[in-house]
Design a protein around this ligand. Structure first.
Ligand SMILES: Nc1ncnc2c1ncn2[C@@H]1O[C@H](COP(=O)(O)OP(=O)(O)OP(=O)(O)O)[C@@H](O)[C@H]1O
Length: 370
C-alpha cells in the first residue's frame, strides 16, 4: 500500500553492524507524510538503532535515508528536518512548562511574539494551557510526557521520531495517551515514527506497523493486515495470541497426523512441506457437536482448562493428537453453551481465518550475530 500524499521518509537497504552483530540488516521502508508508523519488535530486534539512524545519531554502514526526497544519510542530526522525542523526557527542572516549550525556539532566535504564539498553540494542542506556569516536578507523568511532546513539535518538524514515548506511564494513562498521541498527530498532520515493543500500543495508534525480527522486517502493513493476515510465524506469534497447529502443507490444507487435513489460506510464498495452521483464539467457536461444519473444520477434543477473566473466558481444548488449542469465549458464548473441565467439545473454525504458514517451529527469538 502506498500512503496518500507521498512519502516523507524513505529508508533503503539500511544496515548497521556492531562487531559481528547485524543490528539492522538491510531494512527498506517508506513513511507517508501524514502517517503514524510504528517500529515494533522484541528487545534487541534493532528498532532503536533504526530510529537513531533516521535521526542521525547513529551512522549507517550501508544503505540510504531520504527525508522529503533529500538524501540525508551523511547529514548531521541538527541539519535533518526531524525531531526526536527520547524515552526520558529530559525537561529542564528549573523552567516552567511554557519556558520548556519555548526554549528551542528562543535558542534559534525566533522573535518573542512568534514564540509566544507558537508556544500557546502547542500548549493548547497538548492540553497544557492551564499548566503553563508549573514546573516539571509539579506535573504528573502523563503531563510531563505532553510537555516533551509540545517541545518536540513546536519546532514544526516534518517528521517526529519517538522512542518508547509511553513506557514511563502506568497502564491506564498509557491507554489514554495512545489515543491522545494519535489525535495530536492527526491534528498537526505530520509523520510520526514510533518505536515500541508493546504490540497493543502499535495496533491502537498506528496507520502501519513494521514488525522487526533480528534486524529485518518480518512484516509491514496496517494493523489489521498484520494481525489478520500474518505472513510468517514470527509476526503471527508476536502480535496477540495465536494457535499454531503443526503439520505438513499440501495445497490449501495442513495435514496433521491424528487430526486429518485442515483447510486454510496460504500466506504468500509458502510452499508445500513443513508448516503450520495459525488461527486466533477469538476465531474459534466451541460447540457440543461439530454440526454441519465443513470437512476438517471441526476438531473434537476435551476441555483441559478454563480461565475466567471477566469479559470472557479462555478455554484450553486438548485435541485428539495431544495438541492444545486456546479458544477465547465471550460472555454470550458461555451462556449459550456452558462448559466444564473434562467436557467433550468441538472446536469449529472458518478456513477464511486460518493461515497456512511455512517452516518449522523455532525457538524463541534470541539476539543474533555469530
Ligand atoms: N552501541 C552499541 N554497541 C554494541 N551493540 C549495540 C549497540 N547499540 C545496540 N547494540 C545491540 O544491537 C542490537 C539492537 O539494539 P537496539 O537497541 O536497536 O534494539 P531494540 O529493538 O531497540 O531493543 P530494546 O527494546 O531493548 O531497546 C542489540 O542486540 C543491542 O545489544
Amino acid at each position: 500500500m502506498t500512503p496518500a500524499g507521498g512519502d516523507i521518509l524513505t529508508v533503503e537497504r539500511l544496515t548497521r553492524r556492531f562487531g559481528s552483530l547485524l543490528a539492522v540488516d538491510g531494512v527498506g521502508l517508506g513513511v507517508g507524510a501524514e502517517e503514524f508508523f510504528a517500529l515494533l519488535g522484541p528487545s534487541g530486534c534493532g528498532k532503536t538503532t533504526l530510529l537513531r539512524m533516521i535521526a542521525g545519531f547513529e551512522i549507517a554502514d550501508a544503505g540510504r535515508i531520504l527525508i522529503d526526497g533529500q538524501d540525508v544519510t551523511a547529514t548531521r542530526p541538527n541539519r535533518r528536518p526531524v525531531n526526536m522525542m527520547f524515552q526520558s523526557y529530559a525537561l529542564f527542572p528549573h523552567m516552567t512548562v511554557a519556558q520548556n516549550v519555548a526554549y528551542g525556539l528562543e535558542a534559534e532566535g525566533v522573535a518573542g511574539g512568534e514564540v509566544r504564539r507558537r508556544v500557546g498553540d502547542m500548549l493548547a494542542l497538548t492540553l497544557l494551557s492551564d499548566l503553563a506556569g508549573r514546573r516539571p516536578a509539579q506535573l504528573s507523568g502523563g503531563q510531563r510526557q505532553r510537555v516533551a511532546l509540545a517541545r518536540a513539535l513546536v519546532k514544526r518538524p516534518r517528521l517526529l521520531l519517538l522512542d518508547e514515548p509511553l513506557s514511563a506511564l502506568d497502564r491506564r494513562l498509557r491507554e489514554q495517551m495512545q489515543l491522545e498521541l494519535k489525535r495530536m498527530q492527526r491534528e498537526i498532520g505530520i509523520a510520526f515514527v514510533v518505536v515500541t515493543h508493546d504490540q497493543e500500543e502499535a495496533l491502537v495508534m498506528s496507520d502501519r506497523i513494521a514488525v522487526l525480527d533480528r534486524g529485518r522486517i518480518a512484516q509491514l502493513g496496517t494493523p489489521a493486515e498484520v494481525y489478520e493476515r500474518p505472513r510468517n510465524r514470527f509476526a503471527a506469534r508476536f502480535l496477540g495470541q495465536m494457535n499454531l497447529i503443526e503439520g505438513r502443507i499440501a495445497g490449501d490444507r495442513l495435514v496433521v497426523e491424528g487430526l486429518g487435513a485442515l483447510p486454510g489460506i496460504r500466506a504468500d510464498g509458502v510452499a508445500d512441506g513443513q508448516g503450520c495452521l495459525a488461527i486466533r483464539p477469538e476465531r474459534i467457536a466451541l460447540a457440543k457437536t461439530g454440526g454441519a461444519a465443513a470437512p476438517g473444520t471441526a476438531l473434537p477434543g476435551a476441555v483441559a482448562e478454563i480461565a475466567y477473566h471477566g469479559a470472557g473466558q479462555s478455554v484450553h481444548l486438548r485435541l485428539a493428537n495431544g495438541a492444545t488449542l486456546s479458544i477465547a469465549r465471550r460472555a454470550a458464548d458461555i451462556d449459550a453453551a456452558p462448559l466444564d473441565v473434562g467436557d467433550a467439545a468441538v472446536a469449529v473454525f472458518d478456513p477464511a481465518h486460518a493461515r497456512l504458514l511455512g517452516g518449522g517451529p523455532e525457538p524463541a527469538s534470541t539476539p543474533h550475530g555469530s
